[in-house]
Design a protein around this ligand. Structure first.
Ligand code: GLA
Length: 385
């Protein structure tokens, strides 16, 4: 079923390319990601626990015989043209800046690119906290690496993708999304130590349980600036206590500085250090097949994100609170940067239908909005098709 869905996406994107350019494209697929637990820890050089999923972006690309690049976003029916020598941020641009940002970073790191033509489409909802942006950045950097034989490693590619987001989109994101999308392993979650970039690949055999992502279909404005504000707060605390990154310290050490710190900043830092601990506890819970404990950790993560880190919102809290009232739901929390997007929940497989119906109904009644369910299928990372 899923394979067919992806096949349809690939065929649509490849078909569009062939029809437009009368030539055969290079095809690449790059997935979105979930994050089991470990939120807002990546840019503090802490621990994250993401996995690539089976949804993402398919891209068709080839050399252009004109002097300029031409990019078609099939889902938006929008076309962007630019010259590699004249790159600038597109003021109204959304997806455009991810594309321009990747090209600009490759140029900045000394890679010569010729004009290319590309089209892409996806089955990953945008702004849902499932990293459609990292999927697009990775798909492009990977495609250009293939097309121009740039000899970049996967690790080099994710830092180019991240820098594109920093400089062209203005979000000072960590490395989790690009990492998970690039390095995903089917049926496994990736416990990544963001400081050392060491990874533990953990088999996700949840027995009779499933992970369900629920897209709230809301993305509040200021999400980007609030994200950057959180990062700045963490950096202030780290600087104050004299460590390079927040995750270099411990809760006890932080506690000793409590009186000297701004109380809001202290709360943010406390959340990050507690969240790092929850990541390790989640890995142990998976190893011990202790699903109630894993669920409790998800709820605790949400509580911290809501109360201490203050990145949740009414709609997402409602989805988590409603999930909590449903038998067979073990845990639930907001996922990703916050201020909207999605929740991720651990649900007994017999309760999935009830979970879905109850949540949709309650959400519709409360906000007059649909929410969409995605039972998670963990897939491989960015790849050539
Ligand atoms: C966004 C960022 C990531 C990470 C998460 C929060 O998805 O892109 O780097 O910080 O938010 O965990």
């Amino acid at each position: 079923m899923v394979v067919n869905e992806q096949k349809t996406l690939e065929d649509t994107v490849a078909g569009h390319y062939r029809q437009t350019y009368s030539s055969e494209p290079l095809m690449v697929f790059s997935p979105g990601r979930i994050n089991l637990i470990g939120e807002h820890t990546d840019y503090n050089m802490g621990l994250v626990f993401p996995a690539a999923i089976d949804l993402g972006i398919a891209m068709a690309i080839g050399l252009s015989n004109t002097p300029y690049c031409e990019i078609t976003a099939l889902d938006e029916s929008e076309v962007l043209q630019f010259h590699c020598d004249h790159l600038q941020i597109s003021p109204q641009g959304e997806w455009q800046n991810y594309v321009l940002g990747v090209v600009a970073q490759l140029r900045k790191t000394g890679h010569k690119l010729q004009a290319f033509q590309m089209c892409f489409g996806g089955n990953l909802p945008q702004g849902s906290g499932m990293s459609s942006s990292a999927a697009l950045e990775n798909a492009l950097v990977f495609s250009l690496n293939e097309l121009f034989d740039l000899q970049l490693s996967r690790e080099e590619m994710i830092y180019i993708a991240q820098a594109a987001e920093h400089e062209y989109v203005g979000v000072q994101c960590g490395i989790m999304d690009q990492y998970a999308s690039m390095f995903g392993v089917a049926q496994h979650a990736l416990l990544l130590h963001c400081k050392t970039m060491e990874v533990e690949t953990v088999k996700m055999d949840l027995q009779e349980h499933v992970l369900v992502v629920v897209n709230s279909h809301v993305k509040h404005s200021l999400a980007e600036s609030s994200y950057n504000d959180r990062r700045a707060a963490c950096e202030r605390v780290a600087a104050h206590i004299g460590v390079a990154f927040l995750s270099d310290t411990s809760l006890d050490y932080l506690q000793a500085y409590k009186a000297q710190l701004d109380s809001e900043d202290y709360q943010k830092a406390r959340f990050v250090l507690e969240e790092n601990q929850r990541v390790l506890a989640a890995r142990s819970a998976i190893e011990a097949k202790d699903w109630p404990l894993l669920g409790t950790l998800l709820y605790a993560s949400h509580q911290g994100l809501k109360v201490l880190y203050e990145v949740s919102c009414e709609e997402i809290d409602f989805l988590v609170d409603t999930a909590k009232t449903i038998d067979g739901v073990l845990g639930s929390r907001m996922m990703g940067g916050g201020f909207g997007g999605s929740t991720i929940s651990l649900v007994h497989r017999d309760a999935v239908a009830t979970f879905s119906n109850r949540l949709k109904h309650a959400y519709q009644n409360r906000f007059n909005l649909d929410c969409t369910m995605y039972p998670v299928k963990i897939g491989d990372g960015t790849r050539k098709l």
